[in-house]
Design a protein. Structure first.
Length: 389
């Protein structure tokens, strides 16, 4: 009898908690519903953005907002399942693939690249760890792989000859080559090509069934047309390390699901849960920003100007002194976690606050300034939460 009473009480508590979360979202939602259409239209008009997909989640309750068109030629409307290029937000999946490999016993983030690519043994690059690769602290890579590197043998030659500007772990220089190498190592440790490891293993385990490195022909009708700042149609070009560093195409529905997984609002198996958790460990401090494995976080509440500076300032374009956190910072709850992503024809932004169980995805088929993305996200989240500054 006591057992039945206990179960009944637990059921009632769970029901009440769910109801409170639903009511909280419902109460906050009208403000967003009233504010967002005008804010979105203003943004689209200012930057001539054809289409915008926004997803919001609070306490596991989702809401989708779609504006404009996926293609100016076809006039197909943007929907929650429209596929957008997400640029460097792809790196968060590359990091998760690496931590998934670690949680599966296939690698350690404290390993060095030469363990997986023997041709790099004895090189300067073999002095860095996989953590350095995933935190932009290897020592000063350029933003992109040089144009004369066109294939894997040339890439290995480039990596072997690379000379750092800084000692590992002392400066953060935002770059694609190091994160790309992390993706190559993660895939190799899982005995699969990167595309296959990402699509057949990670996306499948995450429950992201409308996310791709290479969009299949059966899904091309969902793939938005991107536009450059000059309004020229553009989609991402395949190239060395493109898949690993900025190659994911996904939808607002799938990406908000990923954000919910990151806030532990979606049940996953123990290995994937550990992998997600490990991407939230803080390794370096750069002023108010803490560099996790690709993810960037700020103590919450956080000022809007702090977020703008971190996402649109010198942290994205210059080498910046980084202070190693020893020991690394365990995953935090009262933080604003975010990542921007850009390709020639698309602009994206994601942010979430674990302690508030609150997150947002903003996808556009136009490359427009990071500051505008951050401002819109901050405006929306502030309408849902009173802790904003």
């Amino acid at each position: 009898m006591r057992s039945n009473q206990t179960r009944w009480i637990q059921w009632m508590l769970l029901t009440c908690t769910t109801l409170v979360g639903t009511l909280a979202m419902a109460n906050a939602q009208p403000d967003v519903d009233r504010m967002l259409p005008a804010a979105a239209q203003s943004l689209m008009q200012q930057y001539n953005i054809p289409g915008l997909a926004i997803a919001v989640t609070k306490n596991g309750q989702r809401k989708f907002y779609s504006y404009g068109v996926a293609s100016k030629d076809t006039q197909q409307k943007v929907r929650s399942d429209t596929l957008f290029e997400i640029g460097s937000i792809s790196k968060t999946f590359t990091a998760t693939l690496a931590t998934y490999a670690q949680a599966s016993g296939r690698l350690l983030l404290t390993d060095h690249p030469g363990k997986y690519f023997p041709e790099l043994q004895g090189s300067k690059l073999d002095e860095v760890t996989l953590i350095n690769l995933g935190t932009h602290t290897a020592g000063g890579f350029p933003l992109q792989v040089p144009d004369n590197v066109q294939n894997t043998p040339q890439l290995m030659g480039y990596f072997k000859a690379w000379q750092p500007q800084f000692a590992p772990g002392t400066y953060r220089t935002y770059a694609n080559p190091s994160v790309g190498l992390l993706g190559m190592i993660a895939a190799k440790s899982l005995d699969a090509p990167f595309d296959e490891a990402m699509e057949a293993q990670l996306f499948a385990k995450l429950g992201m069934h409308n996310s791709y490195i290479t969009v299949p022909s059966s899904k091309m009708a969902l793939y938005a047309q991107g536009y450059t700042k000059q309004d020229v149609p553009a989609r991402v070009n395949p190239g060395v390390l493109a898949a690993e560093a900025y190659g994911v195409k996904t939808s607002a529905a799938d990406l908000i699901h990923f954000i919910e997984v990151n806030m532990n609002l979606v049940k996953t198996d123990a290995t994937l849960a550990r992998a997600i958790n490990d991407t939230h460990i803080g390794y370096f401090k750069l002023g108010p920003m803490t560099q996790d494995l690709i993810w960037e976080q700020y103590s919450y509440p956080v000022r809007l100007d702090t977020l703008i500076e971190g996402n649109a300032g010198k942290l994205t374009s210059e080498s910046t002194a980084a202070a190693a956190l020893t020991p690394p910072l365990s995953p935090q709850q009262a933080v604003w976690v975010n990542k921007t992503g850009t390709t020639n024809g698309f602009g994206a932004y994601v942010a979430f606050i674990p302690s508030k169980k609150l997150g947002i995805v903003i996808l556009a088929n136009k490359n427009y300034p990071n500051e505008a993305r951050v401002r819109l996200a901050h405006q929306v989240l502030c309408a849902l939460e009173d802790g904003c500054q």
